[in-house]
Design a protein around this ligand. Sequence first.
Ligand code: NDP
Length: 302
Amino acid sequence: MYDVIIIGAGPAGLTAAIYTGRAKLKTLILESNIPGGNAGITDMIENYPGFPQGINGGELMALFLEQAENFGAELVYDEVRGITSANGIQTVITSQGQYQGRALIIAAGARRRELEVVGEKEYIGKGVSYCATCDGLFFQKSQVAVIGGGDSAIKEALYLSDIASKVYLVHRREGFRANETSLDKMLKDTRIELKLNKIVKRIEGDNTMMKNLVLYDVKTGQEENLEVEGVFVSIGMIPASEFLTDLLDLSNGYIITDENMMTSIYGIFAAGDVRSKKLRQVSTAVGDGAMAAAAVTEFLKE
Ligand code: NDP
């Protein structure tokens, strides 16, 4: 029996673990993948306070994990399949068994959205990627495309422009969601060419690699071929809340909490990108994690 089980070892989950570990609560972190979440695979994080030159996401997340483990949190690699809550006991059902705790913090994050077009699944690992930091180096001196108009897409395009010979940024409209600083940087980068008002219709290639994107212009209705060896899909996130079924109140799949991060079930808290909120950043995930841990500490005293 743990005092608190934390689902997810991204910035929210690891911050919560630092706080609950330091409060001497018996803390278990469950993670199905590599610790660090989406932040861990981000090349450069420039807006997390304390690092004026920016910091590599993997390095930052390794420090978070080290700090959580120093305070006694236990990390177990296991995939969560479901949760039940009865008589003040939270049970987490996983692919390997089950764990019980008096409180639960869900910090499972969000995963990348897919385009859902013909050829996407077929060419994953053969040109189709969702992470430039992970796969970008395979495309040295190649022509690549990035899809999306948010912060992630712009970051991916900027990262790839140092590696590839040419980067096309394909976005479905003319306005961008990305912040002005990144946007300015991208617009000044002559190696990045914008393809606006265009959506990807299908991805084509041969048996080994993708070779072409068929783009559809939403204004003119024209199709065009864009010959690229790689495409990086950066079109937003989907909350990792499927395992909850109907247990908690959700909004578009994101978990609704009060200001103390408590969900609709007493004793179950949520933090980070999986939570319904406006700004999804490492800094806000850290705030959520700290708040959830403080609320859990109070809750367990009661
Ligand atoms: P966003 O939701 O911000 O942007 C998604 C982009 O993809 C939008 O431009 C959207 O277009 C486009 N899009 C969505 N669905 C489709 C589709 N089916 N086909 C084509 N285009 C599509 O997601 P991000 O991953 O960029 O960012 C998520 C959060 O993380 C944001 O809060 C962001 O600020 C934050 N972030 C911050 C970073 C930083 O350095 N500060 C870095 C990376 C992320 P449209 O605009 O038309 O809806």
